[in-house]
Design a protein around this ligand. Sequence first.
Ligand code: CUA
Length: 162
Amino acid sequence: MPRHTTMYLYELAWMLPSVAIPVGMLAALAVTAFGAHIGLPGDEGRVHPATVMQTAPFDQPGVVEIAPGRYEVRMLSGIWFFSPAEVRVPEGPEVTFVMTSKDVIHGFMLRAANVNAMLLPGQVTRVTTRFPKAGTYPFLCHEYCGIAHHTMAGKIIVEPRS
Ligand code: CUA
């Protein structure tokens, strides 16, 4: 084989992956975004961390039925707590979590309902999910936030329809 042909094949061997890899990554992005419903945090609004405990809706954390069959959990996080740490919702409807942090970056991992969100001070995080069935579902902080990070946890109790 002439020398210049060998050089051309080497060049081709490098060029093809440099096209195939970005195309593959773009395809993976499309599959996770539209197939697995994995999304980035949206621009849900801001709240000042210093006054968040006096600012609605975080001044009254808890569960609210915002419309018939639609529930919203308003949750505040901080070192080292979730408020509320225990949430009760009925089985069936969609549940929207509206959350933020009052100090450092925390996380909200609720595996059973496919929720994995970051709670940033100053930023409101909104996630809507549905629980597979009645039961108790633990959630925890999965962003290292200091000495008692491992104690930051809570649970969602999905009550069966009577
Ligand atoms: Cu909060 Cu880790």
